[in-house]
Design a protein. Structure first.
Lengths: 206, 534
């Protein structure tokens, strides 16, 4: 018989997962992720679902236009943002609060420099606000997190980055416009010519 | 019930592929069949909704089978059951990969050829005609001419899916240089319309297959019901198999959808509840005549449990490979299945996968935004090539499925305990497999990230979820559970289907062998029915 025994008790009615031993828990990626500030626990999953106001949505659309601009392939459009965000905030607990917070912060950050509401800024100015507040690759919260020093501002930036910025970027690249970035018209969820996979996509270099 | 004739000719436990095929074959021969299935039905029309759920990041099959797995795992290998099987009419083939391989002839003769493992009590030649029949039943698309595959007497019913762009432009030239033979992969997936189901339309969502181009066990359940002689009761969990004499089963006890205990009688019983549940049911069905569990006078029920393990290596090349335009791989090599070293190094199956991270994951991993994220994704996407290896596990009595009496399911019955360890044979084979993968990647000009080499330090591997053994076939009743016809040694009227009966596991995916064995067992089940009174 085994010397050690690991019991995994999963989700009986009314129950949750029970992890055997605090040592296991401390090594759990979920715990580490929480400390790092990029765990889903950062979302308040008890908060209600619902729809952003028109003003909030306008701000989020303005954000998406900068995060995912058009270049040689289309960027994020207002219609796409509206559709994605609406589905997200109505179906996934925590995201309404996250997107609402993001809209408020974006306006606050814009006003700080003597500017106006985020959505009223020109694209280059919006980009400057994001570079200043979030950096080119997201806010660096790792160092302070490991020391246990987390200001409310740091936490907010981490939440905006993880659950709004990343949410928009990942959703975009899962959409037809995102796959168009790499030249695909047929991708997971969208059927195509069954044998198209044997040759490069049309319009790409051979 | 005492004194009344049995209600059915055959009662089948489990409406997965094996149970569905068996029900269909027996009903076609005029038998009245009841199939009891713990899970719910999946209407074909629901699959689009399930695909959408998958695209939204949800687990679609949790919408069909929301029950959480209750189990414990011991041994040096923690064994997660989640996602490895499914309670539903149609069974686990709702979310399988569709790979439809014949086992290699050598897999049936490991002991006599190499002095390891066991011999099956039947040969590949005995099973070969039924492999052909299974390929026609499932609709297998494949190509002949693979020099490392076992011989075949019939053509594939459907043409093979050809090599991908990456296979043609990179994998094949590389493997040709190295003297490694590659070939197309056989799939139970329509490359052309077949038996009322459409051809694959490259949705790339094979985990759900929204149009049933990929076979699932629901196909045979529907065929069985269409005979008019098969009744399928879903949401009915069989709890016990009840003997009426030292050699005969009389009934099964099951919980109906409301949870009420009911009993049903039949002349014959077929256990096809997927490996771990079939074993568990036998162990739960203890009685004075079977103190160690039904059909377990040998003491081997649950023992010699086997898996396949997976590992592999990946690298990055300079040219785009245009992956992810179809949901499955299209090239494999069986060259390392049966080598002269098999006594030391197990069978290895290589599969070639281009892909890596999707554009969404590349974008997320980069942490970039704006023009930079699009530029980055264009530059890096689709340049990953991976060589994936499945390796063989030998049967060991110390790998077993038992009952954990400290943990109970929603019916108050002990949960399964999975005790699995990875032995020296498997570890050596994993290491060899990774060496081969590295050799191929280097020859392809791929840059292999340093992080990949950590797999050597940890001997990284993962379970494939091919549950095999535990009710193994054999001619000796003291050492096996079922005979070569899949009838339990200890009982006149119990047959066991599924991969629990495998004495060895080889290295290829077991589903086609399960189907072939189920078809082969039909004549024995019919003979047994004729022999039994009534």
């Amino acid at each position: 018989m085994a010397v050690s025994r690991r019991v995994v008790l999963k989700g009986l009615a009314g129950g949750g997962a029970i992890l055997a031993g605090s040592l296991w828990a401390a090594r759990s990626p979920r715990v580490r992720g929480f400390v790092r500030g990029d765990s889903p626990e950062y979302l308040d999953r008890r908060s209600p679902t619902g729809t952003l106001s028109e003003g909030e949505l306008t701000t989020v659309i303005a954000l998406a236009e900068v995060l995912l601009p058009a270049d040689e392939s289309p960027g994020a459009t207002a219609d796409w943002v509206r559709s994605h965000v609406d589905a997200r905030t109505n179906r996934a607990p925590g995201f309404l609060a996250a997107y609402r917070e993001a809209a408020q912060l974006l306006d606050a950050w814009s006003v700080v420099g003597g500017g106006t509401a985020f959505a009223a800024l020109a694209p280059a100015a919006r980009e400057a606000v994001l570079l200043r507040e979030l950096g080119p690759e997201g806010p660096d919260s790792h160092g302070t997190a490991q020391l246990g020093l987390r200001s409310a501002q740091t936490v907010s930036k981490a939440r905006v980055w993880q659950h709004v910025v990343q949410d928009l970027i990942v959703a975009f690249f899962r959409s037809p416009a995102g796959w168009a970035v790499v030249g695909y018209t047929n991708f997971p969820g969208v059927p195509g010519e069954p044998l198209a996979y044997t040759v490069p996509p049309r319009g790409t270099a051979r | 019930m005492t004194g009344s004739p049995p209600e059915y000719d055959v009662c089948i436990v489990g409406a997965g592929m094996a149970g569905g095929i068996s029900a269909h074959e027996l009903a076609r021969q005029g038998l009245k069949v009841l199939v009891l299935e713990a899970g719910a039905r999946v209407a074909p029309g629901r699959r689009i909704e399930l695909m959408q759920a998958d695209l939204n990041g949800e687990d679609p099959w949790k919408l069909v089978d929301p029950q959480a797995e209750v189990y414990s795992t011991t041994g040096d290998h923690e064994y997660p059951l989640e996602g490895s099987r499914m309670r539903a009419v149609g069974g686990s083939t709702h979310h399988w990969g569709g790979l439809a391989y014949r086992m290699h002839a050598s897999d049936f003769r490991l002991k006599s050829t190499h002095g390891i493992g066991e011999d099956w009590p039947l040969s590949y030649d005995d099973l070969e005609p039924f492999y052909g029949q299974a390929e026609r039943e499932l609709g297998v698309a494949g190509g002949t001419g693979d020099p490392f595959a076992s011989p075949r007497s019939t053509e594939f019913p459907l043409p093979a899916f050809p090599f991908s762009y990456a296979d043609t432009t990179l994998v094949k030239p590389t493997c040709d240089k190295l003297g490694i033979g590659i070939h197309t992969i056989p799939y139970a997936r329509n490359s052309a319309p077949y038996q009322g189901r459409p051809a694959c339309q490259a949705f790339g969502m094979c985990h759900v297959c929204p149009i049933e181009a990929m076979y699932n066990g629901g196909v045979h359940v529907r065929l069985a019901e269409a005979t008019g002689r098969v009744e399928v009761r879903g949401n009915c969990t069989v709890l016990r198999l009840n003997p009426v004499s030292p050699t005969r089963l009389g009934s099964v006890t099951y919980a109906d959808p409301a949870g009420t205990r009911r009993e049903v009688t039949a002349h014959l019983f077929v256990l096809a509840a997927h490996t771990i549940e079939s074993i568990r049911l036998l162990l739960l069905s203890r009685s004075s005549g079977f103190p160690n569990g039904l059909a377990n006078r040998s003491g081997t029920v649950g023992r010699y449990f086997m898996e396949h393990f997976g590992s592999g290596m990946a690298g990055v090349v300079g040219q785009p490979l245009y992956p992810q335009r179809i949901g499955f791989n299209t090239a494999h090599s069986l060259q390392y299945h049966d080598t002269p070293e098999r006594a030391r190094i197990g069978a290895i199956k290589l599969t070639f996968a281009s892909g890596g991270l999707s554009p969404a994951r590349e974008a997320a991993a980069s942490g970039r935004w704006g023009r930079e994220v699009k530029k980055h994704v264009r530059a890096v996407y689709g340049r990953t090539i991976a060589v994936v290896a499945n390796v063989e596990q030998l049967p060991h009595a110390d790998n077993w499925i038992g009952l954990d009496r400290r943990l109970v399911d929603r019916f108050g019955d002990p949960a399964p305990e999975i005790h699995l360890s990875v032995g020296l044979y498997e570890r050596r084979t994993l290491r060899r497999a990774r060496d081969i993968c590295v050799r191929i990647l280097r020859a392809a000009g791929a840059r292999i990230p340093l992080s990949q080499y950590r797999k050597y330090l940890t001997n990284e591997h993962h379970r494939i979820a091919h549950h095999m053994g535990g009710c193994r076939m054999g001619t000796e009743p003291r050492e096996s559970v079922v005979d070569p016809t899949l009838k339990a040694h200890d009982l006149d009227n119990l047959f066991v289907l599924g991969s629990s009966v495998f004495p060895t596991g080889g290295v290829v995916n077991p589903t086609l062998t399960i189907a072939a064995l189920a078809l082969r067992a039909t004549s024995s089940i019919l003979t047994a029915r004729r022999t039994l009174a009534g």
